[in-house]
Design a protein around this ligand. Sequence first.
Ligand SMILES: C[S@@+](CC[C@H](N)C(=O)[O-])C[C@H]1O[C@@H](n2cnc3c(N)ncnc32)[C@H](O)[C@@H]1O
Length: 298
Amino acid sequence: MCKLESRQIFNEELLDKLLFSNLKVDPSISAFIKNRFEISISADSYSGLLEKLKEENVCATGFKAEYMVLEGDPTEYTERLKKLKDIGTIIEGKPDVQNPSIIYSICNTKDIWYFGVLIKRKTDWRKHINKPYSFSNSLCIHIAKTLASVSSKGDKTTKLLDACCGVGTVLLEACYSGLSIEGCDINLKSIKHTTQNLEHYKYTSTVHCMDVKDLTQQYDAAIIDLPYNLYSYSDDVITTNIIESAVKLSARIVIVSKSDIKAAITKSGLKIIDFCTVEKRGRSTFTRSIWVCEKEVQ
Ligand SMILES: C[S@@+](CC[C@H](N)C(=O)[O-])C[C@H]1O[C@@H](n2cnc3c(N)ncnc32)[C@H](O)[C@@H]1O
């Protein structure tokens, strides 16, 4: 899922857990991205980096400096502290280690030194594990968060639909990430549970209790976690109908299925542009497939 998300947001995969990009993506939308590091200075030696930093006249009130240890960086702890002191002395302004307004960071990879601003991912989204309503086949929060990030490509202006929202697992993650999302489910009990889950975390989102075929609004992207024929009945006709209904509402659709639905996807006029599988653990184990699809351009 991490690689799928990386391909869909940045158009490339990570290398040594790093990805260089000009895109500014909020790391809090992802279950995998730890930090966004906005590089402002780079140099092929540490002394060169310090020279450039002095020329920049960086000044901030309430700053903190952190050394970011990347894969393959052999710099020892005491040496890292010494380097942080160097940086802290050059930056003008008052530091605030407890409650910083800005975090500056240095790091080293492949013999290049970097300086910049570090934006850390928020981690309290894990609170959604304890949502009031769940059921054994609800998506885990990591999958739900990835469906929101992959369908939106990390763009917060995207209008999303969860076409079969169940208890609202994806809605919670999308709302947390600041994405605009609506939910739909044919089952009244599911919609009640979604509403109560949203209210519990004080999120607002429109939810529709109806068959997705009766929705008329348009969305930039739709998510479909298809019925697995476990708690809600499903067959090939239901699968095809749900996908074909979603195609009328959106040109980009991310589908989760328990079986191979390639034929139904193609029949609906969608092109599979990316794919991955995820193992479901717990009491019932099975493999989920995630299909990223876009409407074929006529
Ligand atoms: C696998 S569950 C979704 C679970 C959800 N992602 C969650 O984590 O809670 C599939 C859902 O599709 C809903 N569903 C089935 N047919 C539907 C239809 N035609 N329109 C809208 N929802 C439908 C079911 O009621 C069920 O809640």
